[in-house]
Design a protein around this ligand. Structure first.
Ligand code: C5P
Length: 219
Protein backbone atom coordinates (compact mmCIF):
# COMPACT_ATOMS: atom_id res chain seq x y z
CA UNK A 1 0.00 0.00 0.00
CA UNK A 2 1.23 3.50 -0.75
CA UNK A 3 2.23 5.81 2.07
CA UNK A 4 0.95 9.37 2.40
CA UNK A 5 1.90 11.71 -0.43
CA UNK A 6 4.06 14.53 0.93
CA UNK A 7 5.07 17.69 -0.89
CA UNK A 8 7.78 19.75 0.84
CA UNK A 9 8.07 23.45 0.04
CA UNK A 10 10.80 25.70 1.38
CA UNK A 11 11.85 29.25 0.70
CA UNK A 12 12.34 32.68 2.20
CA UNK A 13 9.59 35.03 3.41
CA UNK A 14 7.23 36.42 0.74
CA UNK A 15 8.58 34.11 -1.97
CA UNK A 16 5.06 32.91 -2.78
CA UNK A 17 5.55 29.49 -1.18
CA UNK A 18 2.51 29.79 1.09
CA UNK A 19 0.09 30.57 -1.74
CA UNK A 20 1.63 27.82 -3.83
CA UNK A 21 1.34 25.34 -0.95
CA UNK A 22 -2.36 26.11 -0.45
CA UNK A 23 -3.13 25.78 -4.15
CA UNK A 24 -1.23 22.48 -4.45
CA UNK A 25 -2.97 21.05 -1.38
CA UNK A 26 -6.36 21.92 -2.85
CA UNK A 27 -5.44 20.53 -6.29
CA UNK A 28 -4.14 17.17 -5.00
CA UNK A 29 -6.69 16.82 -2.16
CA UNK A 30 -4.05 16.96 0.57
CA UNK A 31 -3.93 18.70 3.93
CA UNK A 32 -1.75 21.77 4.31
CA UNK A 33 0.48 22.91 7.16
CA UNK A 34 2.17 26.31 7.15
CA UNK A 35 4.98 25.46 9.55
CA UNK A 36 5.89 29.14 9.94
CA UNK A 37 2.59 29.47 11.79
CA UNK A 38 3.76 26.88 14.33
CA UNK A 39 6.81 29.02 15.19
CA UNK A 40 4.64 32.13 15.21
CA UNK A 41 2.05 30.50 17.49
CA UNK A 42 4.73 29.51 20.03
CA UNK A 43 6.18 33.04 19.91
CA UNK A 44 2.70 34.50 20.46
CA UNK A 45 2.08 32.18 23.43
CA UNK A 46 5.41 33.13 25.03
CA UNK A 47 4.76 36.82 24.46
CA UNK A 48 1.29 36.53 25.99
CA UNK A 49 2.78 34.75 28.99
CA UNK A 50 5.04 37.60 29.95
CA UNK A 51 7.65 38.14 27.32
CA UNK A 52 9.85 36.35 24.87
CA UNK A 53 13.19 35.79 26.66
CA UNK A 54 12.42 32.13 26.18
CA UNK A 55 14.36 29.32 27.68
CA UNK A 56 14.09 26.04 25.83
CA UNK A 57 11.86 24.51 28.48
CA UNK A 58 9.12 27.15 28.28
CA UNK A 59 9.22 27.09 24.50
CA UNK A 60 9.00 23.28 24.35
CA UNK A 61 6.05 23.30 26.77
CA UNK A 62 4.29 25.89 24.57
CA UNK A 63 4.97 23.74 21.49
CA UNK A 64 3.36 20.74 23.21
CA UNK A 65 0.20 22.74 23.93
CA UNK A 66 -0.26 23.98 20.37
CA UNK A 67 -3.45 23.07 18.57
CA UNK A 68 -2.31 22.89 14.96
CA UNK A 69 -5.88 23.06 13.71
CA UNK A 70 -6.62 26.31 15.54
CA UNK A 71 -3.79 28.62 14.52
CA UNK A 72 -5.25 32.00 13.54
CA UNK A 73 -3.37 33.15 10.44
CA UNK A 74 -4.71 36.73 10.63
CA UNK A 75 -3.68 37.18 14.23
CA UNK A 76 -0.33 35.45 13.83
CA UNK A 77 0.63 37.38 10.68
CA UNK A 78 1.53 40.47 12.75
CA UNK A 79 5.01 41.77 12.03
CA UNK A 80 6.31 41.63 15.61
CA UNK A 81 5.18 37.99 15.90
CA UNK A 82 7.15 37.11 12.74
CA UNK A 83 10.26 38.76 14.18
CA UNK A 84 9.81 36.96 17.49
CA UNK A 85 9.24 33.65 15.66
CA UNK A 86 12.51 33.92 13.77
CA UNK A 87 14.34 34.71 17.03
CA UNK A 88 13.03 31.66 18.90
CA UNK A 89 13.43 29.44 15.80
CA UNK A 90 17.16 29.15 16.64
CA UNK A 91 16.42 27.13 19.82
CA UNK A 92 17.25 23.47 18.99
CA UNK A 93 14.91 21.93 21.64
CA UNK A 94 12.01 23.98 20.30
CA UNK A 95 12.78 22.97 16.72
CA UNK A 96 12.89 19.31 17.77
CA UNK A 97 9.49 19.59 19.49
CA UNK A 98 7.85 21.32 16.52
CA UNK A 99 9.45 18.99 13.97
CA UNK A 100 7.84 16.02 15.78
CA UNK A 101 4.41 17.68 15.56
CA UNK A 102 4.98 18.55 11.88
CA UNK A 103 6.07 14.99 11.03
CA UNK A 104 3.01 13.55 12.76
CA UNK A 105 0.85 15.87 10.65
CA UNK A 106 2.62 14.80 7.43
CA UNK A 107 2.25 11.10 8.19
CA UNK A 108 -1.58 11.13 8.24
CA UNK A 109 -3.24 9.78 5.07
CA UNK A 110 -3.76 10.91 2.38
CA UNK A 111 -0.69 13.11 2.90
CA UNK A 112 0.10 16.79 3.06
CA UNK A 113 1.80 19.83 1.68
CA UNK A 114 4.09 21.43 4.26
CA UNK A 115 5.78 24.77 3.71
CA UNK A 116 8.55 26.35 5.73
CA UNK A 117 12.33 26.63 5.85
CA UNK A 118 13.56 23.09 6.66
CA UNK A 119 10.85 20.81 5.29
CA UNK A 120 12.88 19.15 2.52
CA UNK A 121 16.10 19.08 4.54
CA UNK A 122 14.92 18.06 8.03
CA UNK A 123 11.17 17.58 8.57
CA UNK A 124 10.32 15.41 5.54
CA UNK A 125 13.59 14.41 3.86
CA UNK A 126 11.77 11.56 2.07
CA UNK A 127 9.00 13.71 0.62
CA UNK A 128 7.83 12.69 -2.84
CA UNK A 129 8.60 16.16 -4.20
CA UNK A 130 10.64 19.03 -2.82
CA UNK A 131 10.27 22.55 -4.12
CA UNK A 132 12.47 25.50 -3.23
CA UNK A 133 10.54 28.67 -4.01
CA UNK A 134 12.43 31.92 -4.15
CA UNK A 135 12.39 35.43 -5.64
CA UNK A 136 14.72 38.41 -5.46
CA UNK A 137 14.61 40.40 -2.20
CA UNK A 138 13.29 43.46 -4.10
CA UNK A 139 10.40 41.52 -5.66
CA UNK A 140 9.53 39.96 -2.30
CA UNK A 141 9.66 43.33 -0.55
CA UNK A 142 7.42 44.87 -3.25
CA UNK A 143 4.86 42.05 -2.79
CA UNK A 144 4.90 42.40 0.99
CA UNK A 145 4.60 46.22 0.75
CA UNK A 146 1.64 45.99 -1.68
CA UNK A 147 -0.05 43.39 0.51
CA UNK A 148 0.27 45.59 3.62
CA UNK A 149 -0.87 48.71 1.74
CA UNK A 150 -3.83 46.70 0.45
CA UNK A 151 -4.78 46.01 4.05
CA UNK A 152 -4.66 49.76 4.76
CA UNK A 153 -1.38 49.65 6.69
CA UNK A 154 1.09 52.50 6.07
CA UNK A 155 4.23 50.77 4.80
CA UNK A 156 7.68 51.87 3.71
CA UNK A 157 9.29 49.78 0.93
CA UNK A 158 12.87 50.42 2.13
CA UNK A 159 12.01 49.35 5.67
CA UNK A 160 10.28 46.19 4.43
CA UNK A 161 13.28 45.34 2.23
CA UNK A 162 15.76 45.83 5.09
CA UNK A 163 13.57 43.72 7.30
CA UNK A 164 13.33 40.84 4.80
CA UNK A 165 17.10 40.83 4.32
CA UNK A 166 17.65 40.72 8.08
CA UNK A 167 15.18 37.83 8.41
CA UNK A 168 16.80 35.95 5.48
CA UNK A 169 20.22 36.29 7.10
CA UNK A 170 18.95 35.03 10.45
CA UNK A 171 17.18 32.05 8.83
CA UNK A 172 20.07 31.14 6.51
CA UNK A 173 22.92 31.57 8.96
CA UNK A 174 21.60 29.78 12.04
CA UNK A 175 23.38 26.57 13.04
CA UNK A 176 20.30 24.37 13.45
CA UNK A 177 18.31 23.67 10.26
CA UNK A 178 19.26 26.76 8.26
CA UNK A 179 17.16 27.73 5.26
CA UNK A 180 18.67 26.10 2.18
CA UNK A 181 17.42 24.02 -0.75
CA UNK A 182 17.63 20.24 -0.26
CA UNK A 183 20.06 18.65 -2.72
CA UNK A 184 17.13 17.08 -4.59
CA UNK A 185 14.84 20.14 -4.49
CA UNK A 186 13.41 21.70 -7.66
CA UNK A 187 14.03 25.42 -7.77
CA UNK A 188 11.18 27.75 -8.73
CA UNK A 189 12.18 31.41 -9.00
CA UNK A 190 8.97 33.42 -8.95
CA UNK A 191 10.64 36.84 -9.49
CA UNK A 192 9.16 37.19 -12.97
CA UNK A 193 6.27 34.71 -12.65
CA UNK A 194 2.60 35.04 -11.85
CA UNK A 195 1.31 32.72 -9.14
CA UNK A 196 -0.60 30.86 -11.88
CA UNK A 197 2.63 30.23 -13.81
CA UNK A 198 4.39 29.09 -10.63
CA UNK A 199 1.47 26.78 -9.88
CA UNK A 200 1.59 25.21 -13.37
CA UNK A 201 5.36 24.69 -13.04
CA UNK A 202 4.88 23.04 -9.63
CA UNK A 203 2.07 20.76 -10.88
CA UNK A 204 4.28 19.59 -13.77
CA UNK A 205 7.04 18.70 -11.28
CA UNK A 206 4.68 16.90 -8.87
CA UNK A 207 2.88 15.01 -11.67
CA UNK A 208 6.23 13.80 -13.01
CA UNK A 209 7.21 12.58 -9.52
CA UNK A 210 3.86 10.75 -9.10
CA UNK A 211 4.25 9.05 -12.51
CA UNK A 212 7.82 8.03 -11.72
CA UNK A 213 6.72 6.54 -8.41
CA UNK A 214 3.82 4.69 -10.05
CA UNK A 215 6.19 3.23 -12.65
CA UNK A 216 8.59 2.13 -9.92
CA UNK A 217 5.89 0.40 -7.86
CA UNK A 218 2.67 -0.16 -9.84
CA UNK A 219 -0.35 -0.90 -7.59
O1 C5P B 1 7.16 31.64 7.19
P1 C5P B 1 7.00 32.62 8.33
O2 C5P B 1 7.48 34.00 7.99
O3 C5P B 1 5.65 32.63 8.93
O4 C5P B 1 7.98 32.05 9.49
C1 C5P B 1 8.30 32.80 10.61
C2 C5P B 1 9.67 32.39 11.10
O5 C5P B 1 9.62 31.05 11.62
C3 C5P B 1 10.75 32.34 10.01
O6 C5P B 1 11.41 33.59 9.83
C4 C5P B 1 11.70 31.28 10.52
O7 C5P B 1 12.67 31.83 11.37
C5 C5P B 1 10.82 30.36 11.35
N1 C5P B 1 10.56 29.10 10.65
C6 C5P B 1 11.50 28.10 10.75
N2 C5P B 1 11.28 26.88 10.20
C7 C5P B 1 10.15 26.64 9.52
C8 C5P B 1 9.17 27.66 9.37
C9 C5P B 1 9.42 28.89 9.94
O8 C5P B 1 12.55 28.30 11.35
N3 C5P B 1 9.94 25.42 9.00
Amino acid sequence: MRGPLVIAIDGPAASGKGTLARKLAEYYGLKHLDTGLTYRAVAALLMAEGGLEPNGERAVAAAGRLDLSAMDRDLLSAHDIGEAASKIAVIPELRQALVERQRAFASQPPGAVLDGRDIGTVVCPRALTKLYVTASPEVRARRRTDELLGRGKPTDFAAVLADLKRRDARDMERDDSPLRPADDAHLIDTSAMTIEAAFRAAVAIVDAAISAKDRASPS
